[in-house]
Design a binder for this molecule. Structure first.
Ligand SMILES: *Cc1c(COP(=O)(O)O)cnc(C)c1O
Length: 420
């Protein structure tokens, strides 16, 4: 059955077409080399599938790191964007616009919080959360000037700005980019006792990914986030959950924190909040925390722009139905069952929740990148991380048949590699 699907659905390029080769050459000549893309040049997308410049189709199992949770060219989101494109796209926050109010109202309600600070990229949401936590520390908690510290976890990924890489422990993200911003303490991820031990009177916040995405879909013990919530409350420390990748449907709930019944003080959102159309990010929290910001203290030219707000509102409205939160675990159960059956057949371990899987490949077979290249040749887009881990996070609109097909492609690739 799956073999027929292979033939019918995705006949991938055996080698790069001349059109693709020219475009790849242009990028390598004139775009900075801060990425090492797989050799596929995408021209269009629809749902969970994309098409390259030569007309070959691929199942997108990266979904732009979950920014495309609702699928490529989602008709509802495109409609919202097109309608707004025809009206007005940018006013700056020097004036009010008629889209921001409805967006922040709906997002606050979805999150069960009072207020939203709209920004653009995920890194900006993280930076904004750090600034808010520091200001809260000085103005509300009473920390002495410039002494605030924030506790973060080993293996974290929160973005690429200089302050954010200051508390990364990934050398390739840091080397050559110092000096770094002080005021951060790193503790092991998943260890609540270590986190509590690192708290002192100057600690203003704990900043965590509820599930570590870039680290390879690392899911902490079920007791961890509830313990962090209890500890931070007891020590009068803010709990900031970076849900930029884990949130907005991917894990089967609106926020990954929901899975363990935890409500942080601040949610950091991004990626899927822009529906894969425009960058939209946000810090979401209650007035007692976000209310510390006063006019002139923080801002962004594009933050809260009408186009972003119109798309963001459409995203929030889609999530408000609960349909995506329900689809992700149903399809995820299928994905995880299929992947677990590959353990011992080229797969060493599988982690994840919902429609989100980190797969450790037997590193004696091939590096993760080579596995992704072989998957590409079979019509499946995926991305390796940390050598031999592969992530699968297809758009939540993916079909059950496509999920089975993806698992089958991985099985075939690993069988081929084992036969070499
Ligand atoms: C992607 C990501 C970010 C950074 O988002 P950008 O839009 O790339 O700046 C921050 N935190 C997490 C958990 C992410 O996955």
């Amino acid at each position: 059955m799956t073999t027929n699907l292979t033939d019918a659905r995705a006949v991938a390029a055996a080698s790069v077409s001349p059109a693709a080769a020219g475009l790849i050459a242009q990028e390598s000549a004139h775009a900075a080399h801060n990425y090492h893309p797989l050799e596929v040049v995408v021209a269009s997308g629809d749902g969970a599938w994309v098409t390259d410049v030569a007309g070959h189709r691929y199942l997108d199992c990266l979904a732009a790191y979950s920014a495309v949770n609702f699928g490529h060219s989602n008709p509802v989101l495109l409609h919202a964007a097109r309608a707004q494109l025809g009206r007005i796209t940018l006013t700056s926050r020097a004036f009010y616009n008629d889209q921001l109010g409805p967006f922040v109202t709906a997002l606050a309600e979805l999150a069960g919080k009072d207020m939203v600070l709209p920004m653009n990229t995920g890194a900006e949401a993280v930076e904004s959360g750090i600034k808010v936590a520091r200001a809260w520390g000085y103005r509300v908690k009473g920390v002495a000037p410039d002494l605030a510290n924030i506790i973060v976890a080993a293996g974290n990924f929160h973005g690429r700005t200089t302050t954010i890489i200051s508390f990364s422990d990934d050398e390739s993200a840091r080397a050559g980019f110092g000096p770094f911003t002080p005021g951060f303490r790193t503790v092991p991820y998943g260890d609540a006792a270590a986190l509590e031990a690192a708290i002192d009177e100057n600690t203003v916040a704990v900043l965590l990914e509820p599930i570590q995405g870039e680290a390879g879909i690392v899911v902490p013990p079920a007791s961890y986030l509830p313990a962090v919530r209890e500890i931070t409350t007891r020590h009068n420390v803010l709990f900031i959950a970076d849900e930029i990748q884990s949130g907005l449907g991917r894990t089967g709930s609106t926020f990954a924190c929901d899975l363990v019944g935890v409500v942080p003080d601040l949610y950091l959102l991004g990626k899927a909040l822009g529906g894969g159309i425009v960058p939209v990010s946000a810090v979401v929290g209650n007035t007692d925390v976000l209310g510390v910001l006063h006019p002139g203290e923080h801002g962004s030219t594009f933050g809260g722009n009408p186009l972003a707000a119109a798309v963001g509102l459409a995203v929030v409205n889609m999530l408000a139905t609960g349909e995506y939160q329900q689809r992700a675990p149903e399809l995820g159960a299928r994905l995880h069952a299929g992947l677990r059956a590959l353990i011992g057949h080229g797969v060493v371990a599988v982690r994840g929740v919902g429609l989100w899987a980190g797969i450790d490949i037997d590193s004696s077979l091939a590096p993760g990148r080579a596995v992704c290249e072989a998957l590409l040749a079979r019509g499946l887009l995926a991305k390796d991380t940390h050598g031999s881990t592969i992530r699968l996070a297809p758009p939540i609109v993916v079909s059950a048949e496509d999920v089975d097909w993806a698992v089958e492609q991985l099985r075939l690739v690993l069988a081929d590699l084992a036969a070499l």
